[in-house]
Design a protein. Structure first.
Length: 527
């Protein structure tokens, strides 16, 4: 009896415990199911995001296709400062997109994830990037970032952008339509004649040549003299200022400044003020890429007439022939670097996003939009909606804003897809007039900038500090050279700048840069 009672007691205890544990297991199961159905999230910093958040129709389709919610780190007006602050305070998200010239700082700091161990989860990355991956890997085989807008792009970019209607007034339509370059002396005379013919516009002083601090005016200025990022002599790299052609450039710019042909505010004119000067009809010529004026040209034409457009022209520096200029520096590694950081909380989600966007499907979604809404196959050919294409050719920024197409451009490959259509519909399906002219006038100017990027001495070294100080000397001296009161003063300041760089230890830094360049040539081979 006592034994039976004991058995009953044990059964009761077991039943009681089962009753207590049962609901807990059910609760755990429900929580597990909730976690399984939670949408993974990642946060991205995109230096090009501007005012946008990841909430447009194309962004929503990307999130639908990947099953990952993508957040964009709050945009900022000063993206350069933001990139530096993120690095300094280690305040960066799961993934970053920065200018490729800035990525090495993150690599050296150890803040990026090596993607090489994850390549089996990135089949589209392997197939799309191909041999480009070999150039992105470090010497020891690590892959810390992927490039954006990679692969060869033969289209022209930088030039002297001259207002067509003004040019027709000065030289006639036939010469204005010609692809023949202007010599330095001819260009100088054009600026003088414009100033004389149009001393004012809307009561304000006209500007024969105006520059903008946020647009890369150095590329066309150096391009007219056939210069690249460094002065290369017998396979060794030196600071650009050592090139005799650089001396010619600063003398020319100083002459423009002294004659009042260069905008006196050239060193401080930011984008908003620059756009205002263009719209006021004050600017005859500027120096930048043709697409830099996309947001301005419609306003200028609306106010001043259809021919008041800016077209690209080649100017030959003193003693330089048409096939020696270097206006069209383009990187086969692209302009941006996209990396996963050590703050990444969900590697699987990030990898899923990367591989989808790097695929052809992802490329066409970002750059063409949604099939059936933004484009269709017509007679077997991928064909964009006519209204979208027309708007893109008329005002690409407005088209991006209205459609979401090309608003996000990550892991983009230049060239054509497997069906023969260009990846970049808005700029390559039917190119603009200024792009056509650029391609005709700058056929011989292309050079690959990737061989010369990220060659700086490694952070933390003596040479890195030297190089930083040398660059500061240069940046302070450059505007003073241009703004010098006389040619003699310009040359005196130039000689002082070189001497100050030498005292700082420039030769030591140049030696390391040359070694890095030679190492790259051995790894890649020279084109």
């Amino acid at each position: 009896m006592r034994k039976f009672t004991k058995i009953l007691f044990l059964v009761a205890v077991a039943f009681f415990l089962t009753g207590c544990v049962g609901p807990q297991k059910t609760e755990d199961t429900e929580q597990s199911k909730e976690r399984e159905t939670e949408i993974p999230e990642i946060t991205v910093f995109d230096v090009n995001s501007g005012e946008y958040q990841f909430d447009d129709r194309i962004a929503r389709e990307i999130m639908k296709q990947t099953g990952v919610k993508i957040n964009i780190m709050d945009p900022t007006d000063d993206v350069t400062e933001k990139v530096s602050l993120m690095l300094a305070y280690q305040d960066y998200p799961d993934m970053i997109l920065v200018n490729i010239s800035n990525i090495q700082k993150y690599v050296e700091a150890g803040y990026l994830v090596d993607l090489e161990p994850y390549m089996e989860q990135l089949p589209n990355v392997k197939s799309m990037y191909g041999d480009v991956l070999n150039r992105l890997r470090t010497e020891d085989g690590k892959l810390y970032y992927l490039s954006n807008w990679y692969g060869a792009d033969e289209d022209a970019s930088s030039a002297f952008q001259i207002r067509y209607d003004y040019l027709c007034e000065l030289v006639g339509k036939e010469r204005a339509d010609s692809n023949e370059p202007f010599t330095q002396d001819e260009f100088l005379e054009l600026l003088r004649r414009f100033q004389k013919k149009h001393p004012e516009s809307e009561g304000k002083t006209s500007l024969p040549l105006a520059l903008c601090t946020s647009l890369n005016y150095n590329t066309p200025l150096r391009g007219m003299y056939g210069m690249k990022y460094y002065y290369e002599n017998n396979g060794k790299l030196y600071h650009l200022t050592r090139d005799a052609k650089y001396r010619e450039l600063i003398l020319f710019m100083n002459q423009l400044y002294r004659e009042g042909l260069l905008d006196k505010e050239w060193i401080v004119t930011q984008r908003t003020l620059f756009s205002k000067k263009l719209t006021e009809g004050r600017v005859f010529a500027t120096a930048c890429a043709y697409w830099d004026l996309d947001e301005d040209r419609n306003q200028v034409k609306e106010k001043w007439g259809e021919n008041a457009d800016y077209y690209p022209y080649k100017v030959l520096g003193k003693g330089i022939s048409a096939d020696e200029t270097t206006y069209n520096g383009r990187s086969t590694l692209g302009w941006d670097a996209i990396a996963v950081t050590d703050h990444c909380k969900n590697m699987d989600a990030v990898l899923k996003v990367i591989d989808f966007l790097a695929s052809e499907e992802g490329q066409y979604l970002m750059l063409w939009g949604i099939e059936g809404e933004d484009w269709n196959y017509v007679d077997g050919k991928r064909t964009p909606d006519a209204a979208i294409l027309a708007e893109a050719l008329s005002d690409i920024n407005q088209a991006k804003k209205n459609t979401g197409i090309r608003r996000w451009s990550w892991f983009i490959k230049n060239g054509l897809g497997s069906d023969g259509s260009p990846y970049d519909m808005m700029t390559k399906y039917e190119i603009s007039k200024e792009a056509k002219l650029g391609n005709e006038r700058f056929r011989t100017d292309r050079w690959d900038t990737s061989f010369y990027t990220n060659l700086d001495p490694a952070s933390g070294t003596e040479e890195a500090l030297i190089w930083k100080n040398v660059q500061e000397i240069y940046q302070k001296a450059y505007p003073r050279l241009i703004d010098a009161s006389s040619e003699e003063e310009c040359l005196r300041l130039y000689d002082k700048m070189i001497a100050d760089m030498e005292v700082e230890g420039l030769s030591k830094a140049e030696k390391v840069i040359t070694e890095n360049y030679e190492k790259r040539i051995r790894l890649w081979g020279k084109e």
